[in-house]
Design a binder for this molecule. Structure first.
Ligand code: COI
Length: 355
């Protein structure tokens, strides 16, 4: 792929102190356009700037937009890595198919990310738990109000040096089980990483925050009975000696961290069951002391312990609101691979050569 580079006159100051999540952006953005006649064209890395859009651009009205989230790490060995970027590339293709956006081949997706990270390598933070969050996204550009797939699109990548997603860090979060609103239903877009899914989740999130909870645990859209996912992460529950998580791919996002943690757990000898777990059974297991630990998995959230569940007026504290041993261990095993502190036994690190 031919990528044009437009140098900016003056680089931004690099941040000092707490990075937060997704509030600081680097010097450059990757842009590439698509239309029916030319396909993908005009790949460029240009100074980070605002997007000038016609108010009738289709994405602003019909949310034909998808995105991905992955991270670049500076390893302890001094090399630079992505973590399983092929998984994000594949999921992006699936999201784009569902939302009628054009397919971006896996190799182009990864090449574009590597090219931008290479330019911005000095932005990769090295503090404990810090990384460079990569946000590729695609949106409909056609100027028209008829409801139909757009005839032109833009694919962009922006980068943000980040710390922990939740202010709690690796301390437990309190989760509100939403029993009225739902996030996804069969045949819908639950498995896709599309803008609209997140817009539809906001009201539940606001409701949860008002009651002092950090995030929402969504139930299935048919019965409002089975546990699905948390707004920004997949959820896992250690009940007795089995880790239970909702099946991904239909109404639940197939998380890259989710898949990685399943591999790590199986490698440790744990039983993992991908099943539809009824919320009543989950709350009962918590009451009976059989729910030993719970945590969320996500690129942004990494591993986030769940210390409390609230469902229909009932509160259950998990593991005395402490981060459990297994939660600690999977966090360690996963991040040791990501920061090249351990052997890459699953072949998940992908080096970005900086020469
Ligand atoms: C991620 O974990 O990368 C996400 O996209 C979750 C959220 C920040 C939307």
């Amino acid at each position: 792929m031919d990528i044009k580079f437009v140098k900016r006159e003056k680089l931004k100051e690099k941040p000092k102190g707490d990075l937060g999540f997704g509030v600081i952006f680097t010097d450059y953005v990757f842009n590439m356009d698509w239309d029916k006649d030319k396909g993908w064209h005009d790949a460029q890395i240009v100074p980070y700037e605002g997007v000038n859009m016609d108010p009738a651009s289709m994405v602003l009205h019909y949310a034909q937009a998808t995105f991905e989230g992955l991270k670049a790490y500076k390893g302890e060995d001094g090399k630079f890595y992505l973590f399983r970027p092929n998984m994000n590339a594949k999921r992006f293709i699936n999201s784009n198919k569902r939302l009628c956006l054009p397919e971006l081949p896996e190799d182009m997706f990864i090449e574009a990310i590597k090219a931008l990270v290479k330019v911005e390598k000095d932005w990769i933070p090295t503090g404990e738990g810090e990384s460079l969050y990569i946000r590729p996204f695609m949106y409909a550009k056609e100027v028209k109000l008829g409801v139909a797939p757009s005839k032109s699109y833009r694919f962009s990548i922006i980068l943000s040096p980040v710390g922990a997603y939740y202010k709690e860090g690796l301390a437990p979060v309190k989760i509100y089980v939403e029993d009225e609103l739902t996030r996804a239903s069969l045949g819908g877009t639950g498995f896709a990483k599309c803008a609209g899914n997140y817009a539809a989740s906001l009201l539940g999130q606001v409701k949860a925050e008002k009651l002092g909870y950090t995030q929402v645990l969504w139930l299935d859209g048919v019965h409002r009975k089975y546990v699905e996912e948390v707004g920004s992460m997949n959820a896992m529950f250690l009940i007795d000696d089995t880790v239970i998580t909702a099946p991904a791919g239909e109404t639940v996002l197939p998380g890259v961290t989710r898949d990685s943690v399943i591999h790590i757990l199986k490698d440790m000898g744990y039983k993992v069951s991908e099943e539809h777990l009824a919320v009543e059974d989950l709350m009962k297991a918590a009451k009976d002391g059989r729910l030993k630990e719970a945590w969320g998995t996500g690129t942004a959230a990494v591993i986030s312990p769940i210390g409390e569940l609230f469902y229909k007026g009932e509160e259950e504290v998990i593991n005395n609101f402490e981060t459990g041993d297994l939660t600690h261990e999977i966090y360690k095993r996963l991040t040791d691979i990501q920061w090249a502190r351990s052997e890459d036994k699953f072949g998940w690190r992908e080096e970005i050569k900086m020469d």
